[in-house]
Design a protein. Structure first.
Length: 262
């Protein structure tokens, strides 16, 4: 690699001069934020992208938002429905992809939620652990055969993994007070560990898996936060970085955050 990139590099800068016309990507969560920006940039460079959304209205928005980029670069976006909070929906999505049978060069596990109020998935798992980790774990393992030899799995995690380890004894907060940030940290620790183990199991066929922290940016993850909650977020991030001996965090534009996945 001759080019050097940093925290301020955008996804378009990272992909400058790259022809992706022969590549096929699968991205969870392309209705907004980093997922949508990633899909836009990839189709602008000729890639075929299959992205997931939770409902048909989001599908139309995703297609409209990437139409000009696709026309310019020759790529395209196909949208499939997926609700990671329902393992029935996960299975249906996997069946659709397996039925289509077309392989992927890259899978990007991007979708997620952050610091949500206490809640549960359709199967009764704590919301953040269920959506951020279990839904992706189930889906990716079901479609693993579609990932080409030499392919890549990118799991979007977070520096919030420093907040908490996974609690295998009480993952759903049944015997302890619910803390939205601890729950988020646990889910992102699980995502990082998933990438490590997937890499170990599949590197024999040239597949590599990575866990990435895209940086702090204002996306749909924080759209519902109050000013007090946002302040709590900034304080939690600052403490986690300070405890790890890292420099203070800076807010990124979404295009810069999406560069990490690329």
């Amino acid at each position: 690699m001759t080019k050097k990139f940093g925290a301020k590099s955008t996804i378009d800068e990272v992909l400058a001069g790259v022809d992706l016309k022969a590549k096929r990507f699968f991205i969870t969560g392309v209705s907004s934020g980093i997922g949508l920006e990633t899909a836009r940039a990839l189709v602008a460079h000729g890639a075929s992208v299959v992205g997931t959304v939770r409902n048909p209205a989001e599908a139309a928005h995703a297609r409209d938002s990437t139409r000009d980029a696709a026309a310019q670069g020759g790529g395209g976006l196909q949208v499939v429905e997926l609700d990671l909070a329902s393992l029935q929906s996960v299975r249906a999505c996997a069946d659709t992809l397996l039925g289509d049978g077309q392989p992927f060069d890259v899978i990007i596990a991007n979708a997620g939620v952050m610091a949500t109020p206490r809640g549960h998935t359709a199967e009764g798992f704590e919301t953040q652990f269920g959506i951020n980790y279990l839904g992706h774990f189930s889906l990716i393992n079901q479609i693993e055969a579609l990932l080409k030899d030499g392919g890549r799995l990118v799991v979007v995690s977070s520096q919030a993994h420093r907040i908490a380890d996974v609690d295998l004894e009480d993952p759903d907060f049944e015997h302890q007070d619910y803390d939205p940030w601890v729950a988020y940290g646990r889910s992102k620790t699980a995502c990082a560990l998933f990438a490590v183990e997937f890499d170990r199991r599949h590197r024999g066929r040239g597949v590599r898996a990575v866990s990435v922290m895209p940086g702090n940016s204002f996306t749909g993850l924080v759209a519902h936060f109050s000013d007090v909650q946002l302040q709590g977020l900034f304080e939690s991030v600052a403490k986690a970085r300070a405890d790890a001996g890292l420099a203070p965090a800076e807010l990124k534009e979404v295009a810069r955050a999406a560069a990490t996945s690329a």
